[in-house]
Design a protein around this ligand. Structure first.
Ligand code: SAM
Length: 333
């Protein structure tokens, strides 16, 4: 239930709503208990509800209101969410599971409920549903059906880490979890290294050191990085430094808890600033030393901070010029 002091404050804002000076203060207090932004008691709505990423105090009064009054709450793990609801003093609301394996199967019943006038809440285990969590496919289907969707914003680890990282927040992108291995991981790492905006990545603690080492290799040792650990919890910590420093920090100990990596964007280097000469020289030296084409290209991209496409084309030209007999064709080294 809403803290009476907050209610009093909200009512104060509502009273002031007619005052022209306050007309565009950005606050909205419309709706009564359980109402959602666009929906009303008479029409159904799908409501995405943000929940804490560690600190139960971050469950908002509006979230409590909507969850208390929802006809059904879809959640990843009913036992986990039941604990949160109990903590918030909410009981008697029906819970249904919605996780990665059954999200698509749940779409029809969610649409039927919303179309039938019900308030259907969706939460995930932590943070915002749909952010590296289930929810987005149901939202897309409900939107396509022309039904009302609303959101009760709450914490999200990526945004919390970004704003606390000390890195640029002006332009950023969210990468979520990188693929674990293989070609897909390599190509995503390449794209992340070339990205000029700040990038936010999620990672499991056991894989942190390996991912930071990959990022250092791909982006260059000196790329700035922040690692936000256990945000909003007792052992909250934000490590800041270079990619190489982060990799060695993470490999020197067993990093525990949940982590977000925030990576500075690739430096803006004018293509024309670096001529082909130094790039060819660097590539030739690496290929002559026996490095594979891909490794040599990665290293030169990281060293000079320029587009991979250009370095790769130069590497191919260097290899075609290589008079040494038996130089294998591209793709076989
Ligand atoms: N939906 C969530 C959100 O909005 O942030 C993300 C869920 S995703 C399955 C879980 C990942 O989020 C973790 O592996 C970690 O990378 C990050 N994370 C969640 N809680 C965190 C916390 N308290 N501190 C740091 N990272 C956290």
């Amino acid at each position: 239930m809403i803290d009476p002091e907050i209610l009093e404050e909200l009512e104060g804002w509502e009273d002031d709503a007619d005052d022209a000076d306050d007309a565009d203060d950005g606050w909205t207090v419309s709706g009564g208990e359980g109402s959602v932004g666009q929906g009303s008691a008479a029409t159904g709505a799908l409501v995405l509800v943000g929940t804490p990423i560690g600190n139960l105090g971050d469950l908002s009064p509006r979230a409590v209101d909507v969850l208390s009054n929802a006809n059904v709450i879809y959640c990843e793990d009913t036992r986990h969410s039941r604990k949160l609801l109990t903590h918030a003093g909410i009981s008697g609301v029906r819970l249904r599971s919605l996780h990665g394996h059954n999200e698509v199967d749940r779409i029809d019943e969610v649409i039927a409920s919303v179309a039938g006038g019900r308030t259907v809440a969706v939460v995930s285990d932590a943070g915002m549903p749909g952010i590296s969590d289930p929810g987005s496919r149901v939202v897309a289907a409900v939107a396509a059906a022309g039904l009302t969707i609303s959101v009760i914003p709450g914490p999200s680890a990526g945004l919390a880490a970004l704003v606390a990282s000390g890195l640029s927040t002006e332009r950023f992108c969210f990468e979520g979890f990188l693929p674990r291995s293989g070609k897909e991981r390599r190509s995503r790492l390449t794209a992340v290294a070339e990205e000029s905006r700040t990038t936010v990545l999620y990672e499991a603690p056991g894989r942190l050191a390996a991912t930071l080492a990959d990022l250092a290799r791909q982006c260059g040792d000196d790329r700035e990085v922040a690692v936000a650990r256990e945000l909003t919890k007792l052992h909250e910590e934000i490590w800041r430094g270079t990619a190489a420093g982060a990799a060695s920090w993470a490999s020197s100990m067993a990093v525990r808890g949940e982590v977000v990596i925030v990576l500075a964007g690739a430096p803006d280097v004018e293509v024309n600033e670096v001529g082909d000469g130094p790039l060819i020289e660097a590539l030739e030296a690496r290929l002559a030393a026996g490095e594979r084409t891909r490794g040599a290209v990665d290293a030169v991209v990281a060293e000079f901070g320029i587009a991979r496409r250009r370095v790769y084309a130069l590497a191919l030209a260097v290899r075609n010029d290589d008079p040494s007999p038996g130089a294998p064709p591209e793709g076989t080294r």
